[in-house]
Design a protein around this ligand. Structure first.
Ligand code: NAP
Length: 311
């Protein structure tokens, strides 16, 4: 869809936790957008027209130029197809889909329709990620490790979709780590994985994954959803210029224990800035590397049954 001058008229779909926590506050301060309507079965956004489905929203508000799709990944593809078919630009929450091939399909459709598709990876926009990438780019890495351990009861209360097939279980936060790792480390692939499935759940609660880079460096990843107390969202690397610790989900960078980068986080404002940029440039931004690693972990991983999990 060709853009008129002025703010991008946006429709938001799947009004739940992330829309309330991040999308609405970011959009409220962003002059590049005008929130034109919302579509959700139950959720509502005050002050704009609300519709029960994306179809009803696009019919009733044809001036919408772009949509943000924020429902769980298992339900995103059909909505994305519908928006792209109507020549709307599409912002996909992470993970961009439940399978790699469905997102490839969306990529091709966006290209045919002449609109932009954005597979957003919010953790890549954490404040110290670019500094970590620059540091690692100037060093020789000997090993790296990812530790992403959090309390699922605290961060995902009553989210049944996350435990269902296509919800990815502990890989829902784990893919955030992978979105950073695939941006700052050399290309890598999985050599072995063990996935811990609670006996009453269809998705893993923990994962132990070994990667190697093409030149043989080991990268170990530990994901765990049972961590109470302090939470760990860390990527460490041993290099010829010292030990790097990127902690707090990409917010703080330390080299040999000395903090070299720490700024307030602004992930969603930056995501929307990037989306406006690609829409105006007439291009897409769809990197599937993090999603491919999750798919590979499920493909190669050994299933280990562990104690039942109850909310
Ligand atoms: P959520 O609140 O559980 O779900 C978002 C909304 O999606 C729900 O309120 C619901 O709205 C709609 N929805 C749920 N099931 C649906 C279905 N079967 N069909 C259509 N719509 C459905 O989840 P969330 O935490 O916002 O996460 C949504 C996405 O954002 C996920 O991909 C997640 O990985 C990503 N994300 C979440 C966080 C976070 O902190 N929670 C952070 C970053 C990214 P209606 O019932 O009104 O339709």
């Amino acid at each position: 869809m060709s853009l008129n001058s002025g703010p991008i008229k946006l429709g938001i779909v799947g009004v739940g936790k992330i829309v309330r926590d991040q999308h609405l506050p970011a959009l409220a301060k962003d002059q590049d957008y005008r929130l034109a309507a919302a579509a959700s079965r139950h959720g509502k956004v005050d002050g704009i027209p609300n519709f029960p489905t994306i179809e009803a929203m696009l019919d009733a508000v044809p001036e919408i130029e772009a949509v943000s799709l924020c429902m769980p990944p298992q339900y995103r593809y059909d909505a994305a197809r519908m928006a792209l078919a109507a020549k709307k630009h599409v912002f996909l929450e992470k993970p961009p889909g439940a399978t790699v091939s469905e997102v490839e399909d969306l990529k091709k459709l966006a290209e045919r329709q002449g609109v932009s598709l954005f597979a957003s990876w919010h953790s890549r926009y954490a404040p110290a990620v670019e500094a970590a990438r620059a540091f690692l780019g100037s060093t020789r890495i000997s090993s790296a490790a990812i530790d992403w351990k959090e309390d699922v009861r605290r961060w995902h209360p009553n989210q049944e979709w996350i435990w269902a097939p296509g919800g990815f279980g502990v890989f829902d936060p784990g893919i955030n780590a992978l979105s950073i790792a695939t941006h700052i480390l050399p290309a890598m692939f999985i050599t072995s994985a063990i996935l811990d499935f609670p006996e009453n759940r269809a998705a893993p609660i923990a994962a132990h994954v070994a990667f190697r880079t093409s030149n043989g460096l080991p990268v170990m990843m530990e994901l765990d959803w049972r961590q109470t107390g302090p939470q760990s969202w860390d990527i460490v690397a041993e290099t010829d210029k010292g030990s790097m610790v990127l902690s707090g989900g990409g917010s703080k960078l330390a080299i040999d224990g000395r903090v070299v980068h720490k700024e307030p986080e602004a992930e969603y404002p930056m995501l929307y800035k990037r989306f406006a940029e690609i829409v105006r440039a007439g291009v897409s931004d769809v990197d599937l590397a993090p999603l491919q690693h999750v798919a590979d972990a499920f493909m190669l991983g050994k299933r280990n049954v562990v104690e039942a999990f109850f909310d």
